[in-house]
Design a protein around this ligand. Structure first.
Ligand code: DMJ
Length: 472
């Protein structure tokens, strides 16, 4: 009887392992047949389709609203959000003539001497990052001058009692507002401001952004987590929810990436401490699958990262979403390929659940929360990193599935539109500049020849602007 039970157990274990491996083998087989060259050309064609739509209806404005074919300027007057955010992509995807014309337009028409109050985080990652990266690609000093002018106008944000930045600043008067911020906005500045220092020889940019990052880290809880909202005047947390999603996400990304870009030992130690706490308190792993993963039998999941209270470590929610999908890329960059693969598999399941990923998804119940999809790049970014590090063709297959889904559901007659709901596939009247800066760039790099850009030689800012370390 006992022997019989043991044989049955062994049989069941073999069956479950085989079942777990089926999707892996299947995707490998699909991956084998992906024509990278053809895919890269398709990505370029869709980039051009979107770019021509922007140009036809909104040239000179910030963003295109692709359904109404009208335009949006973030602050009532243009700061050329789409051209600046797209410029390095135009060069990388090989649209040199288009890129050169756009560059000329930017240097002739972009002025930051405007009486507008802008969000420091968004302007830093999209405009400062875009100008710096395009400067490194073209050597056009006028782009660096624009970046320097912008950096100087943003600097007053750091004049808070803690050194953590206010969220908004007036570009002409330097007047700041909104002290209630979050780690993403206080800690996602060092790649851009630090690079500006290195390229202009003005240390003030690096010093202020580094201090903001360190001051955020210093306020971590006794168990080593950060919360969702912090008051930059008092240094007190106003929301203690801890997670990897919007409001926190790129703070962690910049701890790791700044340590690499600037050879910064302090950033490295802050990152090492943080990642161990993230894996202790935020990671949520199905124990059975975890065991199979550890034995190398599969990477089929289930690893997720949920929410926990920053002080107690107690699980507060089992939700994740499109923004969280940056994390496999960060894990891979950090060398934790095993976790990166597991998490990517989980997040791809989230994508497949509705055919496009939602803003919010409960990995315990399988329910979609906020069902919007504003053309986000993060899961594509992670697919690109994982393909780069593993060369496993299953990531090409994943990329193709996602690309085909977006062509199917988000393409309009003139460009691309986000989705109001990934469930109903109803479109929204907006095309964010990160569609050009990030989503299409990462798709292209996934399929393009290796020599297009050496990931080992650049650090991408959180808006996918590649920065080369050209300094000692
Ligand atoms: C981008 O602006 C950046 O990637 C940021 O870090 C998060 N949100 C968008 C894309 O989803």
């Amino acid at each position: 009887m006992l022997e019989c039970r043991a044989t049955l157990k062994r049989l069941l274990a073999t069956i479950s392992l085989t079942v777990a491996l089926i999707p892996l083998c299947f995707s490998y087989a699909i991956g084998q047949s992906i024509d990278k060259k053809k895919m890269a050309e398709q990505v370029k064609a869709e980039f051009l389709h979107s770019w021509n739509g922007y140009k036809q209806y909104c040239w000179g404005h910030d963003d295109l609203k692709p359904i109404s074919k009208t335009c949006r300027d973030w602050y009532g007057t243009t700061i050329l959000m789409t051209p600046v955010d797209s410029l390095d992509s135009l060069y990388l995807l090989g649209f040199k003539k288009e890129a050169d014309e756009t560059r000329e337009y930017i240097v002739k028409n972009l002025s930051f001497d405007k009486d507008i109050t802008v969000q420091n985080f968004e302007i830093t990652i999209r405009e400062l990052g875009g100008l710096l990266s395009a400067y490194q690609i073209t050597n056009d000093k006028r782009l660096l001058d624009l970046a320097d002018d912008l950096g100087r106008r943003l600097l007053p944000v750091f004049d808070s009692p803690t050194g953590m930045p206010y969220r908004f600043v007036n570009l002409r008067t330097g007047k700041t507002r909104d002290p209630i911020s979050n780690p993403a906005e206080t800690g996602t500045l060092l790649i851009e401001f630090g690079t500006l220092s290195k390229l202009t020889g003005k240390p003030v940019y690096f010093d202020k952004a580094k201090r903001a990052l360190v001051e955020t880290y210093k306020r971590r809880s006794p168990i080593g987590l950060v919360g969702e909202n912090i008051n930059v005047e008092t240094g007190k947390w106003t929301n203690t929810d801890s997670h990897l999603s919007g409001g926190i996400d790129s703070y962690y990304e910049y701890l790791l990436k700044s340590s690499i870009l600037f050879d910064d030992a302090e950033c490295q130690s802050m990152w090492l401490d943080s990642i161990s706490k993230i894996n202790t308190y935020l990671a949520d792993e199905n124990p059975k699958m975890a065991e199979l993963n550890r034995t190398g039998a599969t990477t089929a999941g289930d690893l997720w990262y949920g929410h926990a209270d920053m002080n107690t470590g107690k699980r507060t929610a089992t939700t994740t979403g499109a923004l969280d999908a940056f994390f496999p890329a960060v894990l891979a960059l950090d060398g934790d390929i095993n976790r990166a693969k597991m998490l990517q598999d989980s997040l791809f399941k989230m994508w497949q659940f509705n055919g496009v990923e939602p803003e919010e998804y409960d990995y315990k119940t399988g329910k979609t929360g906020n069902a919007g999809y504003p053309l986000r790049p993060e899961i594509v970014e992670s697919t690109y990193y994982l393909y780069h590090y593993t060369k496993d063709p299953k990531y090409l297959a994943m990329g193709k599935t996602m690309f085909d889904d977006l062509v199917k559901y988000c393409r309009t007659d003139v460009a691309y539109a986000g989705l109001k709901s990934v469930v109903t596939k109803e479109k929204t009247d907006y095309m964010h500049s990160f569609w050009f800066a990030e989503t299409l760039k990462y798709f292209y790099l996934l399929f393009a020849p290796e020599k297009t850009l050496d990931l080992n030689k650049v650090v991408f800012n959180t808006e996918a602007h590649p920065i080369k370390k050209t300094w000692k």
